[in-house]
Design a protein around this ligand. Structure first.
Ligand SMILES: [Zn+2]
Length: 215
């Protein structure tokens, strides 16, 4: 039985969500900011050394600042969308302008592209490239369990990620939300806010209507 646990520290929304997927292979989706809180939460569930991958939905500081510390503590490999790699250091221009501190910089072990599949045992996560919130954002979909990790592309209750407000970024975001709206989703694990299993397809359709309204 695959389990998903939200393992980031509680507190203000300065930290993106971090999810631990416990399957035959254990992985983290995103890395947050507060490594010690994340590791404390992980230790209550598994030995952090069992985490083999840290999969990043995008490069923003609030999702990646803890990468170096988590990588050191777990030995996990770090993967990110290939379109995001050259964006490292570009936080100020994208979504993390509120965070005046140095942008997150970290070494990656590999990149992900459209249709890549990450086998965890029972689950196989499909990579969907969903630019808009950042140029190389990815979402991860598990088609059998109908579970979606949406990063900051969309959030519950009809919310969407912010964009650079350039026409191109908004157009990308609309297209990305359209793609996610074409999936059948039972459980949504977003990059911020709480996970939800309440009529998720309807919530995503509301996100799409909102995205189109700013187009
Ligand atoms: Zn972000």
């Amino acid at each position: 039985m695959v389990e998903v646990h939200k393992v980031n520290g509680v507190g203000p929304s300065h930290e993106g969500n971090v999810f631990l997927i416990k399957d035959e292979v254990a992985v983290l989706i995103d890395a947050g900011r507060d490594a010690s809180a994340i590791l404390d939460n992980v230790r209550g569930l598994i030995d952090p050394g069992e985490i083999k991958l840290i999969i990043l939905t995008h490069c923003h500081h609030d999702h990646t600042a803890a990468v170096p510390a988590l990588k050191a503590a777990t030995g996990a490999k770090v993967l990110i969308g290939e379109g995001e790699v050259c964006d490292l250091g570009d936080d100020v221009a994208t979504g993390s302008y509120r965070y005046a501190e140095d942008p997150a910089e970290f070494e990656i072990d590999g990149t992900l592209e459209e249709d890549d599949v990450i086998n965890l045992g029972d689950w196989a996560l499909s990579v969907i490239v969903t630019p808009g919130h950042s140029p190389g954002s990815i979402s991860l979909y598990e088609p059998r369990a109908r579970v979606l990790f949406s990063g900051d592309t969309l959030f519950p209750s009809g919310n969407i990620g912010r964009t650079r407000r350039s026409e191109e970024a908004v157009r990308d975001l609309v297209r990305s939300v359209e793609r996610l709206a074409s999936l059948d989703v039972l459980v949504l694990y977003p990059g911020h806010m709480e996970p939800t299993d309440d009529k998720v397809n309807e919530q995503i359709k509301t996100s799409l209507a909102f995205a189109r309204s700013i187009h």
